[in-house]
Design a protein around this ligand. Structure first.
Ligand code: UT7
Length: 332
């Protein structure tokens, strides 16, 4: 595919709510232990948005920070894409509310839903708008308030998820830098293993849920685990190859933060050292689409990313979906 312009990340931002819910707090809510949760998932605590606060407030904070870091003003944005499965409203979309909230008067705006792969899908779309000249600057935000769709009586899922938002401003970069390659995919035949109903529920979905649990997230954890174990390493390999990079030469891999055992599994399959796989899972839990951009912003803040570094972002999630992005880092 030929493109007019190379697209890259010009600035990152993130927001995590103040309130921490620890594994010990969860011991008082469901029959579980800090030891079980940490051993099986790697998680110690997650952030929870306070009652009455909006997901929009998290999205705006992350977006403003990304804009500030990129040096781009809100009125220079041509497009805003928000990835979320937990919007405050279905309409207006989160992206329209973000557009209003940050004063991006010249930006078109739409939301996408690719569950935990949402940020990767949004980057993929943003890149194409920039590559073909249809947009000069694109804001991508991933925001999730999973605590509001969690079944707090289900110990199999309530220990996993948290709230937060991450953002990136994309624009033109030098040829051969920025997003080098990306891939996105789905296996809709496995959609039933991770569900969050809206206005209709299938008989199959109703059958696996406990009585009355119609508005919460349901998951067959081991099926998702099996899918993730295979797709994470496959996607890293494929996108690296597409970008002309060797997996062993990558400076960083930023995987979706779902379970430490999934990350360790990918690490073994890819034969890369664990210290090149970024993780903040222990402190944030799984924030779905927001997990990768929150990690990226943390890494930027810690000064871990250098101009010229090669990165692969990789995710899987509900749908089932998967995707990966190979990047030559352009921020100083
Ligand atoms: O972002 C994408 C979304 N999701 C994921 O990535 C999740 C992928 N899956 C996973 O991370 C794992 O499958 C889980 C962490 C969800 C579960 O771990 P597991 O090792 O697959 O455990 P399991 O579901 O096979 O359960 C093993 C046992 C069961 O007890 P029995 O039936 O063997 O007596 C569960 O009832 O562990 C029990 N269990 C718990 N025990 C204490 C399940 N949850 C808990 C808990 N505390 N919180």
């Amino acid at each position: 595919m030929s493109s007019l312009y190379a697209a890259g990340i010009l600035g990152t931002g993130s927001f995590l709510p103040e309130k921490r819910l620890t594994n010990h707090d969860l011991e008082k809510i469901v029959e579980t232990t800090d030891e079980w949760i940490h051993q099986r998932t790697g998680i110690r605590e997650r952030r929870i948005l306070e009652e009455g606060a909006s997901a929009l407030s998290m999205a705006k904070s992350a977006a403003k920070k990304a804009l500030e870091r990129s040096g781009i003003t809100a009125d220079a944005l041509d497009l805003i894409i928000v990835a979320t499965v937990t919007p405050d409203y279905l309409t207006p979309s989160m992206s329209c509310s973000v557009q209003a909230g940050i004063g991006a008067v010249n930006a078109a705006a739409f939301d996408i839903n690719a569950a935990c792969t949402g940020f990767i899908y949004a980057l993929n779309v943003a890149q194409q708008y920039i590559a073909n000249g249809a947009a000069r600057h694109v804001l991508v935000v991933a925001v999730e308030c999973l605590s509001r769709v969690t079944d707090w009586q289900d110990r199999k899922t309530c220990v996993l998820f948290g709230d937060g938002a991450g953002a990136a401003v994309l624009g033109r970069v030098e040829e051969g830098t920025g997003i080098l390659a990306s891939l996105v995919g789905a296996d809709g035949t496995q959609g039933g293993v991770l569900t969050l109903p809206a206005f209709h529920m299938t008989d199959a979905d109703r059958a696996v849920r406990s009585e009355g649990k119609t508005q919460v997230l349901w998951m067959d954890g081991s099926e998702v685990f099996a899918f993730a174990a295979r797709i994470m390493s496959d996607s890293v390999r494929k996108v690296s190859e597409k970008a002309g990079l060797l997996v062993e030469d990558l400076n960083w891999i930023f995987p979706h933060q779902a379970n430490m055992r999934i990350l360790q599994n990918a690490q073994k399959r890819l034969k890369v050292p664990m210290d090149r796989i970024y993780s903040n899972l222990e402190q944030t839990g799984n924030i779905s689409s927001a997990s990768i951009p929150v990690c990226l912003d943390e890494a930027v803040e810690k000064g871990l990313l250098k101009k010229g570094d090669t990165l692969v972002l990789v995710a899987f999630g509900g749908g089932l979906t998967y995707g990966a992005t190979a990047i030559r880092w352009t921020m100083d």
